[in-house]
Write a protein that binds this ligand. Structure first.
Ligand code: PLP
Length: 392
């Protein structure tokens, strides 16, 4: 049977992640005995804090091994609602919270229940590579809003408003951002809120998964707190993966309009059911325990981010909008480089450095480097990057 008949129309254009392809090639080269340095990671290189692990082990020993409510354990939903209310300034009740398998499933569930075929989703570019794919899976059309490094990758507010039409259903915001490390200011958020107010059919999803990873002097703002009058139209996505080094635990959450959350929970009950029961106990411990571990990890990323920024700035031909949060840098390649994918393939083969091509995030002029690695690995990676650029 031809491929086109085997695969649904919905799934046929689905793109496998370029990140995985690069990582697989880097692994294969390593196994061949090559000396590979990877700055491609999208996850913390710290272990999950001990008290969180212990809470989960205790839960297993206590027999917390059965089905639970599809929308999440009541205690965890309560704790997330309290965190959103106190830390993020978004008054939230537990009924407005759905515990999901990572931030990714929060986004997937939201898109499935709010988007109709042909709806348009506005995605500021560069963007996290899963947003367009998840929108397409929901039958919607991703509309990318390009930005320029010359303006620090700021969202072009005039272009934003001009791109809103009757089909527009959702605007995605992501601060701190993957891949640019950009952090949105209060004024920028207020201006976006003004635009959203003028278009009552448009919803907003604010992905705040990197909220705790901020350079010194930066503060995280939640869009839901900046525009409390839009509360019924703003959905917040977050999770435990990045702040608490819990990527493999698969715990995230979606919060917002209760009716939408009820339907998203019904979708979850008919697909994955509850998130792993004993993992939820670990997440509860994370919220109930001291935040010191998160602060300590964020501090380490800050010094590593500085090593990355200073190293990149010192390379001729590379320009960088210094990241203010998350754990990435997204420098522009020299003008003569024709393709970020080809560049990443060559730098991996020739000097053994694994990076992610910017084209995966919507900008072929750039590459993404991660500082979720030891200072030594970052310095080694910068050295290889510099020598490769200088050879060109
Ligand atoms: N949102 C952004 C911007 C991300 O970078 C990621 C993961 O890399 C996610 C969401 C999903 O995180 P999770 O591991 O919780 O599904």
């Amino acid at each position: 049977m031809p491929h086109s008949q085997l695969i649904s129309q919905r799934a046929v254009s689905l793109q496998p992640s370029l990140t995985l392809a690069i990582n697989a090639r880097a692994k294969a080269l390593k196994e061949e005995g090559k000396d590979i340095c990877s700055l491609s990671a999208g996850e913390p290189n710290f272990d999950t804090p001990e008290f969180i692990v212990e809470a989960s082990i205790k839960a297993l020993r206590d027999g917390v091994t059965r089905y639970g409510p599809a929308s999440g354990d009541p205690e965890l939903r309560e704790a997330i609602a309290a965190k959103l209310s106190k830390v993020n300034g978004i008054p939230t009740a537990s009924e407005n919270v759905l515990v999901t398998n990572g931030g990714k499933q929060a986004i997937y569930n939201l898109f499935q229940v709010i988007l109709n075929a042909g709806d348009e989703v506005l995605i500021p570019s560069p963007y996290w590579l899963s947003y367009p794919e998840i929108a397409i899976l929901a039958g919607a059309k991703p509309i990318k809003l390009p930005s320029s490094p010359l303006t620090g990758f700021a969202l072009d507010l005039m272009a934003l408003e001009a791109s809103i039409n009757k089909k527009t259903r959702l605007l995605i915001l992501n601060s701190p951002a993957n891949p640019t490390g950009r952090v949105m200011s209060l004024d920028e958020m207020k201006s976006i809120a003004e635009i959203i107010r003028r278009h009552p059919h448009v919803l907003v999803m604010s992905d705040e998964i990197y909220e705790f990873l901020l350079a010194d002097g930066e503060a995280h703002l939640s869009f839901g707190a900046v525009a409390p009058d839009l509360i019924d139209r703003v959905f917040t996505v977050n999770g435990f993966a990045k702040g608490w080094a819990m990527t493999g635990w698969r715990i995230g959450y979606l919060s917002g309009n209760r009716e939408v959350l009820r339907v998203a929970s019904a979708l979850q009950s008919q697909s994955t059911s509850n998130v792993c029961s004993f993992a939820q106990r670990g997440a509860l411990a994370a919220l109930e325990g001291s935040n010191d571990c998160v602060v300590a990890m964020a501090k380490r990323y800050n010094s590593r981010r500085n090593i990355l920024i200073n190293g990149l700035k010192a390379i001729n031909g590379i320009s960088l909008v210094p990241p203010k949060g998350a754990f990435y840098a997204f420098p522009q390649l020299p003008h003569h480089v024709p393709s970020s994918k080809q560049f990443c393939e060559r730098i991996l083969e020739e000097v053994g450095l694994a990076l992610i091509p910017g084209v995966a995030f919507g900008d072929d002029r750039c590459v993404r480097l991660s500082c979720a690695a030891s200072s030594k690995v970052i310095a080694d990676g910068i050295g290889r990057f510099k020598s490769f650029i200088e050879q060109q």
